[in-house]
Design a binder for this molecule. Structure first.
Ligand SMILES: C[S@@+](CC[C@H](N)C(=O)[O-])C[C@H]1O[C@@H](n2cnc3c(N)ncnc32)[C@H](O)[C@@H]1O
Length: 350
């Protein structure tokens, strides 16, 4: 039953089960040189929209059915899944039977890695398929309790696809950079919208999963460069090469590792990375979307970072939280579950 293809992404999105609070331990590895970022690069002229919740009620293939008591019950395609969710402090609304009937539940306590960390109902395999925004992809029960897609990201992906389609309609293929791209769903949505995509991830297994998704989506001929690299090292080279992108997606983990052990720590390394992104973001109506999970910070931290580095450009800077809307008890959008913080810059035509 062990699937050798189970991806072990080089990232962490908070502990799978409650543990003693020790503060973030910086993983051992190759430390990065710290690089100061410039202060504000001019008067702040960007229009700021603060505290905007981007809410997702789900779609045909995804529903947040219920949450509560430290867990959430979700449907990914045909499979219902129970996973830990520290933010779910509310009482559960659906019956205990609905929870116990789930096809897979993350237990996290059986084996170090592999599907043993999941309890599955008879006949449930480790992989299955679903789709988002018309792009099919493979879901997989991973040792890190994730299944290969973060559904709340659909809010960013719809925005991105709309912008890219509008740019592509102008005649030239827009260029998208997807750093920390994971299983490549955003890269495929972007390619389907007409973009030329550069997808970077430190994990060979995540890249292999992305290519598997590309084949499933029938997008083999789409212009996607799949690159196994450290996000910061790659970005530094792109700045030196003078490359420009019309859209940038950044979805960094709190801690991660580059392929050569380079340590990624969001709090320490994000300012330098956003500064690099400022230098590769094309002028005019380009966009940058940054999402941050499992950090002890307000969205104002990443908003102000982006505002310092991009606020001298005209456009709109929107920041807030990505939210899932629960739909299981009533079939209508109900309680909100916050998943992450984001900031999004959209440049104006200059
Ligand atoms: C949480 S996932 C991103 C999710 C994805 N963007 C999405 O929304 O579906 C984080 C990814 O960062 C990658 N990663 C971790 N450290 C990295 C580094 N230093 N350079 C590049 N990628 C890294 C991991 O392999 C993992 O695939």
């Amino acid at each position: 039953m062990v699937d050798k293809g189970v991806a072990k992404p080089a990232f962490e999105r908070g502990p799978a089960k409650p543990s003693v609070e020790r503060g973030p331990a910086k993983p051992a590895g190759v430390a990065r040189e710290s690089r100061p970022t410039p202060g504000p690069l001019g008067p702040r002229i960007v229009q700021e929209r603060i505290g905007v919740l981007l809410e997702t009620p789900g779609w045909d293939d995804y529903q947040l059915l219920d949450s509560g008591e430290g867990a959430k019950l979700e449907r990914y395609g045909a499979l219902t899944v129970v996973r830990p969710e520290p933010q779910a402090m509310v009482p559960r609304r659906l019956s205990a039977d609905r929870w116990t009937e789930a096809g897979a539940a993350f237990t996290g306590d059986v084996e170090e890695e592999g599907p043993g960390r999941w309890r599955t109902a008879a006949g449930i395999g480790e992989t299955w398929e679903m789709a988002v925004l018309g792009v099919p992809f493979v879901c997989r029960l991973t040792a890190f309790r994730h299944v290969g897609v973060f559904p709340e990201q659909i809010a960013h992906w719809s925005f991105m696809a709309e912008r890219l389609r509008a740019m592509a309609a102008g005649g030239e293929r827009p260029r998208l950079l997807n750093l920390f791209g994971y299983t490549g769903i955003a890269s495929l949505v972007a390619a389907a919208a007409g973009a030329e995509v550069t997808h970077v991830d430190a994990s060979k297994k995540a890249i292999a999963w992305g290519r598997e998704n590309q084949a499933l989506a029938g997008l083999e001929a789409a212009p996607i460069r799949w690159i196994v690299d450290d996000a910061v090292a790659f970005a530094e080279r792109e700045v030196r090469r003078g490359r420009l992108y019309d859209g940038i997606l950044l979805d960094p983990p709190r801690f991660g590792r580059g392929p050569d052990g380079e340590v990624w720590s969001l709090e320490a390394d994000l300012p330098h990375l956003v500064d690099l992104m400022r230098q590769v973001l094309a002028p005019g109506p380009s966009f940058l979307i940054l999402t941050a999970y499992a950090i002890r910070a307000s969205f104002l931290s990443i908003h102000e970072l982006a505002a310092d580095l991009l606020g001298h450009r005209s456009g709109v800077l929107t920041s807030g939280e990505l939210v899932l809307l629960e739909t299981g008890a009533t079939g209508r959008p109900g309680r909100r579950l916050s998943t992450s913080l984001y900031t999004r810059f959209e440049g104006a035509q200059e």
